[in-house]
Design a binder for this molecule. Structure first.
Ligand code: NDP
Ligand code: MN
Length: 385
């Protein structure tokens, strides 16, 4: 049988003050999982705890999930959960916190899990102990919707995208108050992650008539609203549209998967620690050009959006939101030419082997990937590859 699926969380609850929905959950114990400090500092962690206590639940907190969460962090979280015994896991924060919570969930239910099995997509059946609510504070990864979790092997500098529909959250809770607090550079990076999800889902070799409308609506919204949310973080309409765009893109890519933008971003992220959305934003225009030889959906997208050239439109958007056009232009980490060239072969091989490569619309090779990295580093056109 070669069946396809379209699977998303059973409930997507959205709107201002959606956190209040937590008070309607039925259960005894809930564990909140969060990142470094933003949710505590902004009062959302306390608010979530209050709503859960209103539902009559005892609450524990697993915190300190770092950006690009590590294997050690998810194993620690699984142990802390096992001591408390929650019947609800409530992840609140950026994609890192949500992704980490998903794998903590696996270790909580199956403490003997081997990480290598997860990498090979061998997942056990979940929900034997707890159900899962995801509350995103960035409008970016759509981890609240997806069957994905990205965990980093910090020793070997490799990011692993883990995939199983088992990890699709039961409930996605979209409260626009949370992303409204993002500073402009995080708004830009995570917003361009949404664009990458939507564009890659749209041109994916696994795209279907179920995924295309979600991907297209997300692309349209990001072009329209990301510059507004970046310039005026208090603009609720722009924030709401971006939060919804993120989830819509998630509904598309969790079912169609992604492509080379994510393959290359995962590995350059693992090597240099460059922020995920920023890496996507820089790489995407080059990969759009590379993919033109493999699909007619890029020109279809240009027709539907009524733009002449998607590559140029993406670079114009990058400029509007303060994102450099090349990898060597990145300032948050120092990617020197020397270090870039030293890791290029290894990084290209690893990126080619990333699972996202499988659904890229153009067949590629480690050699092509190396050429794309070079174009993106120096700012050369990828049309000739
Ligand atoms: P992170 O979760 O890494 O958060 C980035 C930073 O933003 C943190 O310092 C965090 O602080 C802060 N932050 C989060 N929300 C707010 C807010 N509302 N106000 C102020 N600061 C805030 O960022 P992303 O959401 O971009 O997640 C990136 C991760 O997700 C990567 O590991 C990436 O690989 C992965 N990913 C997962 C996908 C999936 O389908 N599951 C898809 C694509 C990417 P603090 O830690 O203090 O909370
Ligand atoms: Mn992404």
């Amino acid at each position: 049988m070669n069946l396809k699926w379209f699977r998303v969380p059973k409930d997507i609850v959205f709107g201002e003050n959606a956190l209040e929905y937590l008070s309607t959950l039925k259960g005894k114990r809930a564990t909140l999982v969060t990142g470094g400090s933003s949710m505590k500092r902004l009062g959302f962690l306390d608010e979530a705890q209050k709503q859960l206590e209103k539902a009559g639940m005892e609450v524990s907190i697993v915190d300190d999930v770092e950006p690009n969460p590590s294997i050690e962090t998810v194993i620690r979280g699984g142990k802390e959960m096992a001591e408390f015994g929650p019947d609800w896991i409530i992840a609140i924060g950026g994609g890192s916190a949500l992704d980490a919570a998903k794998i903590m969930w696996v270790y909580y239910e199956y403490p003997d899990t081997k990480f290598e099995d997860l990498v090979q997509m061998k997942f056990p059946i979940l929900r034997t102990k707890a159900k899962f609510v995801a509350i995103p504070s960035t409008s970016g990864t759509a981890s609240e919707i997806t069957a994905f979790s990205v965990i980093t092997d910090t020793k070997n500098h490799i990011k692993y995208p883990l995939v199983s529909y088992e990890m699709t959250p039961d409930i996605a809770l979209l409260d626009v108050n949370l992303p409204t607090k993002m500073p402009p550079h995080i708004t830009a990076n995570t917003g361009m992650d949404v664009m990458a999800h939507a564009v890659e889902a749209y041109v994916s070799s696994n795209a279907t008539s179920y995924t295309d409308p979600f991907a297209f609506e997300a692309i349209r919204l990001v072009f329209e609203q990301l510059p507004v949310a970046y310039e005026d973080g208090q603009n609720i309409k722009a924030r709401e549209d971006m939060h919804n765009a993120s989830a819509l893109a998630g509904m598309a890519f969790t079912n169609s998967s992604l492509g080379l933008v994510h393959s290359l971003a995962h590995k350059v992220g693992g090597e240099f620690g460059i922020t995920h959305g920023l890496a996507n934003a820089i790489l995407m225009p080059y990969i759009v050009d590379y993919n033109r030889k493999g699909t007619d959906k890029i020109s279809k997208l240009e027709d539907l959006l009524r733009i002449d050239n998607l590559t140029e439109a993406l670079q114009t958007l990058n400029k509007k939101v303060g994102i450099p056009l090349t990898l060597q232009g990145v300032t948050e980490v120092d990617i020197t030419e020397e270090k870039f060239l030293a890791v290029l072969d290894r990084m290209s091989k690893n990126a080619f082997e990333d699972p996202c490569t499988l659904t890229n619309p153009r067949q590629s090779s480690a050699e092509d990937v190396g050429k794309i990295y070079e174009c993106a580093f120096y700012g050369k056109s990828a049309l000739k590859i």
